[in-house]
Design a protein around this ligand. Structure first.
Ligand SMILES: Nc1ncnc2c1ncn2[C@@H]1O[C@H](COP(=O)(O)OP(=O)(O)O)[C@@H](O)[C@H]1O
Ligand SMILES: [Mg+2]
Length: 274
């Protein structure tokens, strides 16, 4: 059962946004933490060009939880990959916490990827040969050179254990992924995404591989992170999950549009034809 302990009051809470959040912060601030302007993305396949994103604009405020809905194939993962700096747009700008992503050099680009954003995938993407603790620690390792890593290893390990304990995995630290349930794997992946205290947590259908009950537990975890002030951008095609967010957007025909609170969206419609 996932019953994460309540955040400690005597020590800094290990969630990403602790320290940044104002008291009891569930209310998003007006500060824009992420801003994407006129994003375009095309894929070339053989002789064909698929124009997937056709001028996407997006702004997310600090502490806000935004859900992105959209039919399968509409470009939701493509958008998240651009925001996570895993891929580059053909045109447009992305700014996170004041850093213009595609105007910085290679080193800062790598630093951005490892510390400004945390990414959670539908299929967890944990390294199978590493334990839960090592998978989380790896996130801290990749952002440091070897000599500086040795100086930070102790603190990083304490933080990784804190995070895993908070996510209800205190007794699973040395389990490899194949010894964990789907929900537990996703919690390890969330701990990894939070390890470097990202300005924004990006999640790509994080409950997509889970049964309804386990998905609900993961949703509760996102609710708790949101209460603690974590900024979240989540892709889902589950209306129930999207309704937990502060705001819902729909990606369709290459554009991102706001959905009113009671609009079911068109996520049930067939994928875009190319
Ligand atoms: N690397 C790629 N090369 C060619 N086409 C791609 C690539 N990645 C995604 N696509 C295509 O772009 C479209 C959008 O994909 P994706 O962003 O994964 O959609 P979603 O996450 O909304 O289901 C799909 O039609 C997919 O086949
Ligand atoms: Mg996808």
């Amino acid at each position: 059962m996932m019953t994460p302990p309540a955040p400690k009051t005597s020590a800094p809470a290990p969630t990403a946004a602790a320290g940044r959040a104002t008291e009891g912060a569930a209310t998003p601030s007006t500060e824009r933490i992420l801003k994407a302007t006129n994003l375009h993305k095309r894929y070339r396949m053989g002789g064909e060009v698929l124009h997937i994103l056709r001028g996407v604009d997006l702004a997310v405020h600090r502490g806000e939880w935004v859900a992105v809905l959209g039919a399968s194939g509409s470009g939701k993962s493509t958008l998240l990959h651009l925001l996570a700096a895993l891929d580059r747009p053909d045109a447009g700008d992305i700014e996170v916490a004041g850093v213009r992503l595609h105007r910085v050099g290679r080193a800062r680009f790598d630093a951005y990827r490892s510390s400004m954003v945390g990414l959670v995938f539908q299929a967890y993407h944990l390294l199978p040969e590493l334990t839960a603790l090592e998978n989380v620690l790896l996130a801290a390792m990749v952002r440091r050179s070897l000599p500086t890593w040795f100086g930070h290893r102790g603190a990083a390990k304490r933080r990784a254990i804190d995070l895993l304990e908070r996510l209800g995995l205190g007794r699973r630290l040395r389990h490899r992924p194949n010894r964990l349930s789907g929900g537990e794997r996703q919690r390890v992946a969330i701990a990894r995404a939070l390890m470097n205290q990202p300005a924004i947590l990006l999640a790509d259908e994080p409950t997509g591989n889970l049964d309804a009950h386990t998905g609900e537990q993961i949703l509760d975890l996102f609710r708790e992170l949101h209460r603690d002030g974590q900024t979240i951008l989540m892709v889902t095609h589950d209306q129930h999950i999207a309704r937990a967010a502060d705001r819902r957007l729909e990606l369709a025909e290459g554009h991102l549009n706001p959905l009113p609170p009671d609009d079911p969206g068109h996520s049930g419609t067939p994928p875009l034809r190319h």
